[in-house]
Design a protein around this ligand. Structure first.
Ligand code: GLN
Length: 474
């Protein structure tokens, strides 16, 4: 099999057997990037010299020990809102164009301990706000399946890098769908872990009660390996927890898959509904039980998200004031001119739109009507999931109501762009884990199947996901 199609486990075997060195593997991926990235534009910056150094170190570890980590010596890519000490972290914003990270994110520390190899930082929507990567302040990334289409977003660079075999795997972040939706658009696997399973320390904050880091990979097993490597309690993120041991299922015959009727409504492309339903039927034939369930508050999820998320965004974005760090325009009459000019020039339109929305919903007189009300409905959405999971083990839905769309198709109408997140945001509001797995194609573009599990039961997602992949191989 070609090197670019080998899974993490296969590569690990080859490295251990000394059939290939990490340096050779890294040089292969660097050559892939040199060949493909001028066209795809998945990366914002490369760290090839650093990668080769890390690969040499991994080779030393491999030659001195039989017991190496599965990720030792394996090259991967990182979304540009995750900090790697000494490297740029722009979050695809002019505001942070020249910002160098002074420390490693928790997930990077974990991967460094495992001697992983960093190839570079990937493109994204500015500060992770968007669904197409068109909000990057620098350039658009192309979908490897059709270069006239968007890769999804906001982790569009990470999804495109994995889909075009420019990295074995990539890290992304998911606040309302930003790992799963681009994974679905680019035909790769994307996992949004349970809120609190992975530390957010060193992730440039968007909306702190929703943000979570996770992997984009080619297979479910790869996603599980990366997830296992990055999870865990971190004293620097008070919302992270020691991952609880829960009883997972051991086979498909023990699994009941719930089909939430609110996810198969008229607004979804009928072809996508058909494809997804057929996949669920295949799982049924392979032994899973199927049950229709209802999550009645799904219809409010997008409205709730677009109140809570901007509220948190407006507060997190306050730190970019032209004084502390980042883009600074020090001309004008007084301090408020510095603020206005730095933020006015340093931030893009979508970010400004959300700061304004968020400031509005938090302002005196509106707080109760919007923010507090939205928090109450958020609790109802959480309760919907709790009830559904009393009856079923996982839920199956489409990841996105459409396949990848064309450039500029939705940029003029923010509302139509927001609708791309309709099936992914409820998951973030509830904090449950979900995975998107490629499940077919429509007009040549990949379709994603989303499985959602109860809090800290990622194992059930991996079980169903792997069984599903096996069915597809046969
Ligand atoms: N597309 C969604 C948004 O623009 C989700 C973003 C994300 O998950 N970072 O808010």
């Amino acid at each position: 099999m070609e090197l670019e199609n080998l899974s993490i486990r296969d590569l690990n075997k080859k490295l251990k057997a000394k059939e290939i060195s990490s340096l050779e593997l890294t040089e292969f991926y660097i050559s892939q990037i040199e060949k493909k990235d001028d066209d795809i534009k998945a990366f914002l910056s490369y760290s090839f010299d650093e990668a080769k150094k890390q690969a040499k170190k991994a080779d030393e570890v491999i030659s001195s020990s039989d017991d190496i980590s599965l990720l030792c010596g394996i090259p991967f890519a990182v979304k540009d809102n995750i900090l790697i000490k000494g490297q740029k972290a722009t979050a695809a914003s002019k505001m942070l164009e020249n910002y160098n990270a002074p420390y490693d994110a928790f997930v990077i520390e974990k991967l460094k301990e495992k001697n992983a190899v960093f190839l570079g930082k990937t493109n994204m929507d500015e500060f992770a706000m968007g669904s197409s990567t068109e909000n990057s302040a620098f350039f658009c990334t192309k979908n490897p399946h059709d270069k006239n289409k968007v890769p999804g977003g906001s982790s569009g660079g990470s999804a495109a890098a994995v889909a075009s075999s420019q990295a074995v795997y990539a890290l992304g972040s998911d606040t309302g769908g930003s790992i799963r939706q681009p994974a679905s658009f680019c035909g790769v696997v994307g996992l949004k872990p349970t809120y609190g399973a992975v530390s957010r320390y060193g992730l440039i904050a968007m909306a702190s009660s929703l943000d979570q880091i996770g992997p984009l990979t080619k297979t479910v097993d790869d996603a599980e390996i990366v997830f296992d490597a990055i999870l865990g309690k971190d004293k620097k993120d008070a919302t992270s927890v020691a991952y609880p041991e829960k009883m997972a299922k051991s086979g498909l015959s023990e699994i009941t898959i719930g089909i939430p009727k609110e996810y198969f409504v008229d607004e979804v492309d009928p072809n996508i509904k058909d494809i997804v339903k057929k996949q669920i039927e295949e799982l049924q034939s392979a032994g899973a039980k199927i049950k229709e369930v209802s999550l009645p508050n799904t219809k409010h999820a997008l409205s709730v998200y677009y109140i809570i998320m901007p509220a948190e965004v407006s507060s997190n974005m306050a730190r970019y004031d032209g004084i502390k760090y980042g883009y600074s325009k020090q001309h004008g009459q007084d301090l408020s001119d510095v603020y206005f000019n730095s933020r006015g020039e340093g931030l893009g339109n979508e970010v400004k739109r959300r700061i304004m929305l968020g400031t509005y919903v938090l302002s005196a007189g509106y707080y109760d009507a919007y923010y507090k009300k939205a928090q109450k409905v958020r609790t109802l959405i959480v309760d919907d999931f709790k009830k559904a999971f009393e009856e079923v083990d996982v839920l199956a839905t489409p990841t996105s109501p459409t396949v990848a769309f064309g450039f500029s198709e939705k940029t003029k109408d923010p509302l139509s762009m927001y609708l791309a997140d309709i099936f992914t945001v409820p998951v973030n509001l509830a904090g449950v884990p979900a995975i998107s797995i490629p499940c077919g194609s429509l007009d040549g573009m990949p379709v994603g199947l989303q499985f959602i599990a109860p809090w800290f039961l990622e194992k059930n997602l991996f079980l169903v996901g792997k069984e599903y992949e096996k069915l597809k191989q046969n």
